[in-house]
Design a protein around this ligand. Structure first.
Ligand SMILES: Cc1cc2nc3c(=O)[nH]c(=O)nc-3n(C[C@H](O)[C@H](O)[C@H](O)COP(=O)(O)OP(=O)(O)OC[C@H]3O[C@@H](n4cnc5c(N)ncnc54)[C@H](O)[C@@H]3O)c2cc1C
Length: 436
Protein backbone atom coordinates (compact mmCIF):
# COMPACT_ATOMS: atom_id res chain seq x y z
CA UNK A 1 0.00 0.00 0.00
CA UNK A 2 1.15 3.49 -0.81
CA UNK A 3 0.25 6.78 0.83
CA UNK A 4 -3.25 7.58 1.97
CA UNK A 5 -5.34 10.70 1.45
CA UNK A 6 -8.67 12.06 2.67
CA UNK A 7 -10.04 12.23 -0.88
CA UNK A 8 -8.95 10.98 -4.30
CA UNK A 9 -10.33 12.82 -7.31
CA UNK A 10 -10.25 10.85 -10.55
CA UNK A 11 -9.37 13.37 -13.26
CA UNK A 12 -7.57 16.71 -13.40
CA UNK A 13 -9.89 18.44 -15.84
CA UNK A 14 -11.59 21.67 -14.84
CA UNK A 15 -14.25 19.81 -12.79
CA UNK A 16 -11.76 17.60 -10.92
CA UNK A 17 -9.40 20.52 -10.21
CA UNK A 18 -12.16 22.84 -8.95
CA UNK A 19 -13.57 20.07 -6.75
CA UNK A 20 -10.15 19.33 -5.26
CA UNK A 21 -9.48 23.03 -4.69
CA UNK A 22 -12.65 23.49 -2.64
CA UNK A 23 -11.98 20.33 -0.63
CA UNK A 24 -8.37 21.41 0.00
CA UNK A 25 -9.63 24.81 1.20
CA UNK A 26 -11.59 22.91 3.85
CA UNK A 27 -8.35 21.27 5.04
CA UNK A 28 -9.07 17.96 3.30
CA UNK A 29 -5.97 16.18 2.01
CA UNK A 30 -6.68 15.65 -1.71
CA UNK A 31 -5.00 13.75 -4.53
CA UNK A 32 -6.04 14.20 -8.19
CA UNK A 33 -4.97 11.31 -10.40
CA UNK A 34 -5.00 11.68 -14.18
CA UNK A 35 -3.81 9.31 -16.87
CA UNK A 36 -2.80 12.24 -19.08
CA UNK A 37 0.30 14.41 -18.70
CA UNK A 38 -1.11 17.62 -17.23
CA UNK A 39 -4.19 19.42 -15.95
CA UNK A 40 -6.81 20.10 -18.61
CA UNK A 41 -5.36 17.68 -21.17
CA UNK A 42 -8.69 15.83 -21.43
CA UNK A 43 -11.90 17.25 -22.89
CA UNK A 44 -11.35 20.50 -20.97
CA UNK A 45 -8.46 21.28 -23.31
CA UNK A 46 -10.87 21.09 -26.26
CA UNK A 47 -13.59 23.27 -24.82
CA UNK A 48 -14.85 26.43 -26.52
CA UNK A 49 -14.89 27.87 -22.98
CA UNK A 50 -17.97 29.99 -23.58
CA UNK A 51 -19.33 31.73 -20.50
CA UNK A 52 -23.04 32.38 -20.97
CA UNK A 53 -26.28 32.43 -18.99
CA UNK A 54 -28.99 31.10 -21.23
CA UNK A 55 -29.93 27.64 -20.02
CA UNK A 56 -33.35 25.99 -20.29
CA UNK A 57 -33.83 25.54 -16.56
CA UNK A 58 -33.80 28.05 -13.72
CA UNK A 59 -31.13 26.02 -11.93
CA UNK A 60 -28.97 26.09 -15.07
CA UNK A 61 -29.13 29.89 -15.28
CA UNK A 62 -28.55 30.32 -11.55
CA UNK A 63 -25.47 28.09 -11.57
CA UNK A 64 -24.02 29.87 -14.61
CA UNK A 65 -24.63 33.26 -13.01
CA UNK A 66 -22.99 32.19 -9.76
CA UNK A 67 -19.97 30.74 -11.57
CA UNK A 68 -19.60 33.87 -13.73
CA UNK A 69 -18.61 35.91 -10.70
CA UNK A 70 -15.86 33.42 -9.87
CA UNK A 71 -14.45 33.95 -13.38
CA UNK A 72 -14.72 37.72 -13.04
CA UNK A 73 -13.05 37.70 -9.61
CA UNK A 74 -10.47 35.16 -10.65
CA UNK A 75 -7.53 36.43 -8.60
CA UNK A 76 -9.71 36.54 -5.52
CA UNK A 77 -11.12 33.08 -6.22
CA UNK A 78 -7.69 31.49 -6.67
CA UNK A 79 -6.00 33.48 -3.92
CA UNK A 80 -2.81 33.83 -5.95
CA UNK A 81 -1.29 34.87 -9.23
CA UNK A 82 -0.04 31.79 -11.04
CA UNK A 83 3.58 32.18 -12.22
CA UNK A 84 2.52 30.19 -15.32
CA UNK A 85 0.25 33.09 -16.30
CA UNK A 86 -3.44 33.68 -15.70
CA UNK A 87 -6.27 32.78 -18.06
CA UNK A 88 -8.56 35.70 -18.85
CA UNK A 89 -12.25 36.27 -19.45
CA UNK A 90 -12.98 38.02 -22.77
CA UNK A 91 -16.42 39.62 -23.05
CA UNK A 92 -18.16 39.40 -26.43
CA UNK A 93 -21.90 39.67 -25.78
CA UNK A 94 -24.34 37.10 -27.13
CA UNK A 95 -26.98 37.03 -29.83
CA UNK A 96 -29.54 34.39 -29.05
CA UNK A 97 -31.61 33.82 -32.17
CA UNK A 98 -35.33 33.30 -31.52
CA UNK A 99 -36.76 30.12 -33.00
CA UNK A 100 -39.88 28.05 -32.59
CA UNK A 101 -37.78 25.26 -30.99
CA UNK A 102 -36.54 27.61 -28.25
CA UNK A 103 -40.04 29.07 -27.80
CA UNK A 104 -38.77 32.37 -29.22
CA UNK A 105 -36.37 32.72 -26.28
CA UNK A 106 -39.21 33.14 -23.75
CA UNK A 107 -38.06 30.47 -21.28
CA UNK A 108 -34.49 31.78 -21.32
CA UNK A 109 -35.74 35.32 -20.68
CA UNK A 110 -37.97 34.22 -17.78
CA UNK A 111 -35.03 32.44 -16.12
CA UNK A 112 -32.66 35.34 -16.76
CA UNK A 113 -35.24 37.79 -15.34
CA UNK A 114 -35.21 35.80 -12.10
CA UNK A 115 -31.44 36.23 -11.88
CA UNK A 116 -31.34 39.86 -12.94
CA UNK A 117 -29.34 39.06 -16.09
CA UNK A 118 -29.65 42.06 -18.39
CA UNK A 119 -30.77 41.48 -21.98
CA UNK A 120 -32.44 43.33 -24.82
CA UNK A 121 -34.92 41.97 -27.36
CA UNK A 122 -33.99 42.84 -30.94
CA UNK A 123 -35.89 42.82 -34.19
CA UNK A 124 -34.21 41.26 -37.22
CA UNK A 125 -33.24 44.75 -38.41
CA UNK A 126 -31.67 45.55 -35.05
CA UNK A 127 -29.71 42.29 -35.20
CA UNK A 128 -28.05 43.53 -38.40
CA UNK A 129 -27.32 46.87 -36.72
CA UNK A 130 -25.63 45.06 -33.80
CA UNK A 131 -23.32 43.09 -36.06
CA UNK A 132 -22.87 44.31 -39.61
CA UNK A 133 -22.00 40.93 -41.18
CA UNK A 134 -25.17 39.20 -39.96
CA UNK A 135 -27.73 38.00 -42.47
CA UNK A 136 -31.03 38.30 -40.62
CA UNK A 137 -33.07 36.10 -42.93
CA UNK A 138 -34.59 32.93 -41.52
CA UNK A 139 -33.04 29.67 -42.79
CA UNK A 140 -34.49 27.14 -40.36
CA UNK A 141 -35.49 24.69 -39.25
CA UNK A 142 -32.04 23.31 -40.10
CA UNK A 143 -31.71 20.55 -42.70
CA UNK A 144 -28.82 18.29 -43.76
CA UNK A 145 -26.41 19.36 -46.49
CA UNK A 146 -27.92 17.07 -49.16
CA UNK A 147 -31.42 18.54 -48.69
CA UNK A 148 -32.54 20.73 -51.62
CA UNK A 149 -33.62 23.39 -49.10
CA UNK A 150 -30.12 23.65 -47.57
CA UNK A 151 -28.87 27.25 -47.71
CA UNK A 152 -32.18 28.72 -48.90
CA UNK A 153 -34.03 31.20 -46.72
CA UNK A 154 -37.41 30.13 -45.35
CA UNK A 155 -38.51 33.69 -44.51
CA UNK A 156 -37.28 37.22 -45.26
CA UNK A 157 -36.71 37.96 -41.60
CA UNK A 158 -35.87 36.10 -38.39
CA UNK A 159 -38.46 36.36 -35.61
CA UNK A 160 -35.81 38.40 -33.74
CA UNK A 161 -33.09 37.79 -31.19
CA UNK A 162 -32.13 38.37 -27.57
CA UNK A 163 -28.94 40.33 -27.00
CA UNK A 164 -27.15 39.48 -23.73
CA UNK A 165 -24.23 41.89 -23.16
CA UNK A 166 -22.55 39.78 -20.44
CA UNK A 167 -21.31 36.74 -22.34
CA UNK A 168 -17.81 35.78 -23.39
CA UNK A 169 -15.16 33.12 -23.18
CA UNK A 170 -11.96 32.19 -21.35
CA UNK A 171 -8.98 32.76 -23.60
CA UNK A 172 -7.05 29.63 -22.55
CA UNK A 173 -8.98 26.75 -21.00
CA UNK A 174 -5.94 24.60 -20.24
CA UNK A 175 -4.19 27.47 -18.51
CA UNK A 176 -7.34 28.18 -16.51
CA UNK A 177 -7.25 24.57 -15.28
CA UNK A 178 -3.55 24.80 -14.48
CA UNK A 179 -4.36 27.95 -12.49
CA UNK A 180 -6.79 25.96 -10.33
CA UNK A 181 -4.21 23.18 -9.89
CA UNK A 182 -1.65 25.74 -8.68
CA UNK A 183 -4.18 27.24 -6.27
CA UNK A 184 -5.12 23.76 -5.02
CA UNK A 185 -1.46 22.84 -4.46
CA UNK A 186 -1.02 26.05 -2.46
CA UNK A 187 -3.75 24.69 -0.15
CA UNK A 188 -1.97 21.34 0.22
CA UNK A 189 -3.56 19.41 -2.67
CA UNK A 190 -1.42 16.93 -4.63
CA UNK A 191 -1.53 15.77 -8.26
CA UNK A 192 -0.37 12.56 -9.89
CA UNK A 193 -0.16 12.54 -13.71
CA UNK A 194 0.44 9.81 -16.29
CA UNK A 195 -1.18 7.26 -13.98
CA UNK A 196 -4.34 5.37 -14.84
CA UNK A 197 -6.91 4.09 -12.37
CA UNK A 198 -8.07 0.59 -13.21
CA UNK A 199 -9.97 -0.43 -10.06
CA UNK A 200 -12.03 1.16 -7.36
CA UNK A 201 -11.10 -0.64 -4.15
CA UNK A 202 -13.85 -1.42 -1.63
CA UNK A 203 -13.80 -2.68 1.91
CA UNK A 204 -16.76 -3.58 4.13
CA UNK A 205 -19.34 -2.01 1.82
CA UNK A 206 -17.62 1.32 1.28
CA UNK A 207 -14.93 2.76 -0.95
CA UNK A 208 -11.38 2.32 0.32
CA UNK A 209 -9.30 3.81 -2.49
CA UNK A 210 -8.11 3.05 -6.00
CA UNK A 211 -5.72 0.72 -7.77
CA UNK A 212 -3.56 1.99 -10.61
CA UNK A 213 -2.59 0.18 -13.80
CA UNK A 214 0.93 -0.36 -12.39
CA UNK A 215 -0.57 -2.16 -9.38
CA UNK A 216 -0.15 0.67 -6.86
CA UNK A 217 -2.94 0.97 -4.27
CA UNK A 218 -3.77 4.40 -2.93
CA UNK A 219 -6.11 4.67 0.03
CA UNK A 220 -8.79 7.24 0.71
CA UNK A 221 -12.23 7.10 2.36
CA UNK A 222 -13.60 9.39 -0.37
CA UNK A 223 -13.24 8.91 -4.15
CA UNK A 224 -14.75 11.35 -6.66
CA UNK A 225 -15.43 10.41 -10.27
CA UNK A 226 -14.54 13.50 -12.35
CA UNK A 227 -13.34 11.46 -15.32
CA UNK A 228 -15.15 13.40 -18.06
CA UNK A 229 -16.03 11.22 -21.08
CA UNK A 230 -14.63 8.18 -19.22
CA UNK A 231 -17.05 8.73 -16.33
CA UNK A 232 -19.32 5.81 -17.27
CA UNK A 233 -16.33 3.46 -17.12
CA UNK A 234 -15.35 4.63 -13.65
CA UNK A 235 -18.96 4.20 -12.48
CA UNK A 236 -18.89 0.66 -13.88
CA UNK A 237 -15.59 -0.01 -12.05
CA UNK A 238 -17.19 1.17 -8.81
CA UNK A 239 -20.28 -0.95 -9.49
CA UNK A 240 -22.61 2.03 -9.08
CA UNK A 241 -24.02 2.36 -12.63
CA UNK A 242 -26.98 0.07 -11.91
CA UNK A 243 -28.17 2.35 -9.14
CA UNK A 244 -28.57 5.39 -11.41
CA UNK A 245 -31.69 6.58 -13.17
CA UNK A 246 -29.69 8.93 -15.40
CA UNK A 247 -26.64 7.59 -17.19
CA UNK A 248 -23.70 9.11 -19.06
CA UNK A 249 -21.96 8.20 -22.31
CA UNK A 250 -19.40 9.80 -24.62
CA UNK A 251 -20.68 11.75 -27.62
CA UNK A 252 -18.38 12.67 -30.50
CA UNK A 253 -18.49 16.32 -31.58
CA UNK A 254 -16.61 18.48 -34.08
CA UNK A 255 -15.65 22.12 -33.75
CA UNK A 256 -14.83 24.05 -36.92
CA UNK A 257 -12.34 26.87 -36.90
CA UNK A 258 -12.42 29.27 -39.88
CA UNK A 259 -11.15 32.77 -40.69
CA UNK A 260 -13.56 35.66 -40.14
CA UNK A 261 -15.04 37.48 -43.16
CA UNK A 262 -12.38 39.52 -44.92
CA UNK A 263 -12.09 43.07 -43.58
CA UNK A 264 -14.29 42.48 -40.53
CA UNK A 265 -12.59 42.67 -37.13
CA UNK A 266 -14.37 39.71 -35.55
CA UNK A 267 -12.33 39.84 -32.35
CA UNK A 268 -13.64 43.34 -31.62
CA UNK A 269 -17.04 43.33 -33.32
CA UNK A 270 -18.03 39.66 -33.37
CA UNK A 271 -20.22 38.04 -30.71
CA UNK A 272 -21.15 34.67 -29.41
CA UNK A 273 -24.14 33.56 -31.49
CA UNK A 274 -26.46 30.84 -30.32
CA UNK A 275 -28.41 30.09 -33.42
CA UNK A 276 -30.97 27.31 -33.45
CA UNK A 277 -32.20 28.69 -36.79
CA UNK A 278 -29.06 27.41 -38.53
CA UNK A 279 -28.33 24.78 -35.82
CA UNK A 280 -24.99 26.18 -34.58
CA UNK A 281 -23.28 28.14 -31.87
CA UNK A 282 -20.21 30.24 -32.61
CA UNK A 283 -17.87 32.74 -31.04
CA UNK A 284 -14.91 34.92 -31.98
CA UNK A 285 -11.54 33.22 -31.69
CA UNK A 286 -8.14 34.83 -31.31
CA UNK A 287 -6.46 35.67 -34.63
CA UNK A 288 -9.67 36.96 -36.25
CA UNK A 289 -11.20 33.53 -36.51
CA UNK A 290 -14.61 32.05 -35.75
CA UNK A 291 -15.17 28.88 -33.71
CA UNK A 292 -18.28 26.95 -34.70
CA UNK A 293 -20.03 24.07 -32.94
CA UNK A 294 -23.34 22.29 -33.37
CA UNK A 295 -26.50 22.82 -31.30
CA UNK A 296 -27.68 19.34 -32.26
CA UNK A 297 -30.59 20.23 -34.56
CA UNK A 298 -33.28 17.55 -34.92
CA UNK A 299 -32.09 16.59 -38.42
CA UNK A 300 -28.59 15.58 -37.26
CA UNK A 301 -27.66 12.11 -36.08
CA UNK A 302 -25.74 12.01 -32.78
CA UNK A 303 -22.49 10.05 -32.78
CA UNK A 304 -22.36 8.03 -29.56
CA UNK A 305 -18.99 6.41 -28.90
CA UNK A 306 -18.38 2.94 -27.43
CA UNK A 307 -14.71 3.44 -26.58
CA UNK A 308 -13.46 6.94 -25.67
CA UNK A 309 -9.84 5.77 -26.09
CA UNK A 310 -10.02 4.53 -29.66
CA UNK A 311 -12.70 6.59 -31.45
CA UNK A 312 -11.99 8.06 -34.89
CA UNK A 313 -10.63 11.57 -34.44
CA UNK A 314 -10.81 12.51 -38.13
CA UNK A 315 -13.12 15.25 -39.31
CA UNK A 316 -16.24 14.16 -41.14
CA UNK A 317 -18.94 15.92 -43.19
CA UNK A 318 -20.06 17.47 -39.92
CA UNK A 319 -17.19 19.97 -40.13
CA UNK A 320 -18.40 21.19 -43.53
CA UNK A 321 -22.07 21.18 -42.50
CA UNK A 322 -21.28 23.43 -39.53
CA UNK A 323 -19.28 25.90 -41.61
CA UNK A 324 -21.88 26.06 -44.38
CA UNK A 325 -24.64 26.52 -41.82
CA UNK A 326 -22.71 29.36 -40.20
CA UNK A 327 -22.07 30.92 -43.60
CA UNK A 328 -25.84 31.34 -43.90
CA UNK A 329 -25.79 33.68 -40.91
CA UNK A 330 -22.41 35.42 -41.34
CA UNK A 331 -22.07 37.11 -44.69
CA UNK A 332 -18.69 36.57 -46.35
CA UNK A 333 -17.63 33.74 -44.04
CA UNK A 334 -14.92 31.87 -45.96
CA UNK A 335 -15.52 28.13 -46.42
CA UNK A 336 -11.99 26.68 -46.68
CA UNK A 337 -11.76 23.76 -49.13
CA UNK A 338 -9.81 20.77 -47.82
CA UNK A 339 -8.17 22.79 -45.06
CA UNK A 340 -9.98 21.52 -42.00
CA UNK A 341 -9.07 23.36 -38.82
CA UNK A 342 -10.71 22.80 -35.48
CA UNK A 343 -11.00 19.69 -33.38
CA UNK A 344 -12.82 16.44 -32.81
CA UNK A 345 -13.61 15.70 -29.18
CA UNK A 346 -16.07 14.11 -26.76
CA UNK A 347 -18.82 15.35 -24.52
CA UNK A 348 -19.57 13.36 -21.39
CA UNK A 349 -23.27 13.44 -22.12
CA UNK A 350 -26.08 12.59 -19.71
CA UNK A 351 -29.51 11.37 -20.81
CA UNK A 352 -31.03 14.83 -20.37
CA UNK A 353 -27.92 16.95 -21.02
CA UNK A 354 -27.95 18.10 -17.39
CA UNK A 355 -24.99 17.04 -15.21
CA UNK A 356 -25.02 14.56 -12.34
CA UNK A 357 -23.43 15.99 -9.18
CA UNK A 358 -24.16 13.36 -6.58
CA UNK A 359 -23.21 10.62 -4.17
CA UNK A 360 -23.66 7.02 -5.25
CA UNK A 361 -24.95 3.78 -3.80
CA UNK A 362 -21.37 3.02 -2.69
CA UNK A 363 -20.65 4.99 0.49
CA UNK A 364 -17.69 7.35 -0.01
CA UNK A 365 -17.93 7.29 -3.82
CA UNK A 366 -19.16 10.53 -5.45
CA UNK A 367 -19.55 11.75 -9.02
CA UNK A 368 -19.34 15.03 -10.92
CA UNK A 369 -20.18 13.71 -14.39
CA UNK A 370 -22.46 14.12 -17.41
CA UNK A 371 -21.28 17.65 -18.10
CA UNK A 372 -22.84 17.41 -21.59
CA UNK A 373 -20.71 20.02 -23.34
CA UNK A 374 -21.90 22.86 -21.13
CA UNK A 375 -20.25 22.81 -17.70
CA UNK A 376 -16.80 24.32 -18.17
CA UNK A 377 -18.23 27.71 -17.25
CA UNK A 378 -19.85 26.31 -14.12
CA UNK A 379 -16.78 24.50 -12.79
CA UNK A 380 -15.83 26.96 -10.01
CA UNK A 381 -19.38 26.76 -8.62
CA UNK A 382 -19.44 22.99 -9.13
CA UNK A 383 -16.31 22.69 -6.97
CA UNK A 384 -18.13 24.43 -4.14
CA UNK A 385 -21.23 22.28 -4.67
CA UNK A 386 -19.22 19.03 -4.57
CA UNK A 387 -17.34 20.06 -1.43
CA UNK A 388 -20.66 20.91 0.30
CA UNK A 389 -22.16 17.61 -0.80
CA UNK A 390 -19.19 15.48 0.25
CA UNK A 391 -18.75 17.07 3.67
CA UNK A 392 -22.48 16.83 4.43
CA UNK A 393 -22.68 13.17 3.37
CA UNK A 394 -19.48 12.21 5.19
CA UNK A 395 -21.02 13.81 8.28
CA UNK A 396 -23.94 11.42 8.03
CA UNK A 397 -26.50 13.26 5.88
CA UNK A 398 -28.69 10.98 3.75
CA UNK A 399 -28.67 13.14 0.62
CA UNK A 400 -31.00 10.81 -1.32
CA UNK A 401 -33.76 11.28 1.26
CA UNK A 402 -32.95 14.78 2.46
CA UNK A 403 -31.11 16.63 -0.33
CA UNK A 404 -28.26 18.90 0.71
CA UNK A 405 -28.63 22.58 -0.11
CA UNK A 406 -26.36 25.54 0.52
CA UNK A 407 -26.30 29.29 0.00
CA UNK A 408 -24.48 30.51 -3.08
CA UNK A 409 -21.94 33.23 -2.35
CA UNK A 410 -22.53 35.73 -5.15
CA UNK A 411 -26.14 35.28 -6.24
CA UNK A 412 -27.42 34.72 -2.69
CA UNK A 413 -29.65 31.93 -3.98
CA UNK A 414 -30.12 28.50 -2.40
CA UNK A 415 -28.67 25.66 -4.43
CA UNK A 416 -30.62 22.42 -4.00
CA UNK A 417 -28.06 19.79 -4.95
CA UNK A 418 -30.88 17.26 -5.31
CA UNK A 419 -31.61 18.86 -8.71
CA UNK A 420 -28.51 17.07 -10.05
CA UNK A 421 -29.38 13.68 -8.53
CA UNK A 422 -28.55 10.45 -10.35
CA UNK A 423 -31.99 9.26 -9.24
CA UNK A 424 -33.95 12.11 -10.87
CA UNK A 425 -36.50 11.64 -13.62
CA UNK A 426 -35.21 12.80 -17.02
CA UNK A 427 -35.68 16.58 -16.95
CA UNK A 428 -38.15 17.41 -19.73
CA UNK A 429 -37.38 21.15 -19.46
CA UNK A 430 -33.93 20.48 -20.95
CA UNK A 431 -33.15 21.53 -24.52
CA UNK A 432 -31.63 18.03 -24.99
CA UNK A 433 -28.71 19.77 -26.65
CA UNK A 434 -25.46 21.46 -25.68
CA UNK A 435 -27.52 24.46 -24.57
CA UNK A 436 -28.46 22.40 -21.50
C1 LIG B 1 -15.61 20.57 -28.06
C2 LIG B 1 -16.16 21.01 -26.73
C3 LIG B 1 -16.64 22.29 -26.58
C4 LIG B 1 -17.14 22.71 -25.34
N1 LIG B 1 -17.53 24.01 -25.19
C5 LIG B 1 -17.97 24.43 -23.98
C6 LIG B 1 -18.27 25.80 -23.77
O1 LIG B 1 -18.14 26.62 -24.69
N2 LIG B 1 -18.69 26.20 -22.52
C7 LIG B 1 -18.84 25.30 -21.51
O2 LIG B 1 -19.26 25.71 -20.41
N3 LIG B 1 -18.54 24.00 -21.67
C8 LIG B 1 -18.09 23.56 -22.87
N4 LIG B 1 -17.73 22.26 -23.04
C9 LIG B 1 -17.88 21.33 -21.93
C10 LIG B 1 -16.73 21.40 -20.96
O3 LIG B 1 -15.52 21.55 -21.64
C11 LIG B 1 -16.73 20.15 -20.12
O4 LIG B 1 -17.98 20.09 -19.45
C12 LIG B 1 -15.63 20.14 -19.08
O5 LIG B 1 -14.40 20.53 -19.63
C13 LIG B 1 -15.52 18.76 -18.48
O6 LIG B 1 -14.46 18.76 -17.56
P1 LIG B 1 -14.13 17.45 -16.79
O7 LIG B 1 -13.08 17.81 -15.80
O8 LIG B 1 -15.37 16.79 -16.31
O9 LIG B 1 -13.56 16.43 -17.91
P2 LIG B 1 -12.11 16.29 -18.58
O10 LIG B 1 -11.49 17.58 -18.86
O11 LIG B 1 -12.29 15.34 -19.73
O12 LIG B 1 -11.25 15.60 -17.44
C14 LIG B 1 -11.41 14.25 -17.09
C15 LIG B 1 -10.03 13.70 -16.84
O13 LIG B 1 -10.16 12.38 -16.30
C16 LIG B 1 -9.05 11.63 -16.73
N5 LIG B 1 -9.35 10.21 -16.62
C17 LIG B 1 -10.37 9.53 -17.19
N6 LIG B 1 -10.31 8.24 -16.86
C18 LIG B 1 -9.23 8.08 -16.05
C19 LIG B 1 -8.65 6.97 -15.39
N7 LIG B 1 -9.17 5.72 -15.48
N8 LIG B 1 -7.53 7.16 -14.66
C20 LIG B 1 -6.98 8.42 -14.56
N9 LIG B 1 -7.50 9.50 -15.17
C21 LIG B 1 -8.62 9.34 -15.90
C22 LIG B 1 -8.86 12.07 -18.16
O14 LIG B 1 -7.55 11.83 -18.62
C23 LIG B 1 -9.22 13.56 -18.12
O15 LIG B 1 -8.08 14.39 -18.06
C24 LIG B 1 -17.21 21.80 -24.26
C25 LIG B 1 -16.71 20.51 -24.41
C26 LIG B 1 -16.17 20.12 -25.63
C27 LIG B 1 -15.63 18.73 -25.77
Amino acid sequence: MNKSYDAIIIGAGIIGCCTAFELAKKGIKTLNIDKLASAGDGSTGDTCAIIRFHYSTQQGVTMAREAYFYWLNRGHYLGLVDPAGMAKYVNTGCLLIKTKRNNYGKNFMTCMDEMGVVYQELTAEQVEEKMAVIDSRQFGPPVRMGDSRFGSPTADRLPGAVYIPETGYINDAKLSTKNVQTACEAKGGTFLFNREITHIVKQKGRVEGVRLKDGTHILAPVVVNAAGPHSYRINQMAGVAQGMNVSTRPLKVEVSHVPAPDGFNYNCLGMMITDGDVGNYSRPEIGNHVLIGSEEPDCDELHWIDDPDTYNKNFTDQWTVEVLRQAQRIRGLPVPQGNFQGLVSLYDCSDDWIPIYDKSDLPGFYMAVGTSGNQYKNAPAVGVLMAELITACENGRDHDREPVSYNMVFTKRTCNIGFYSRLREINSDSSFSVVG
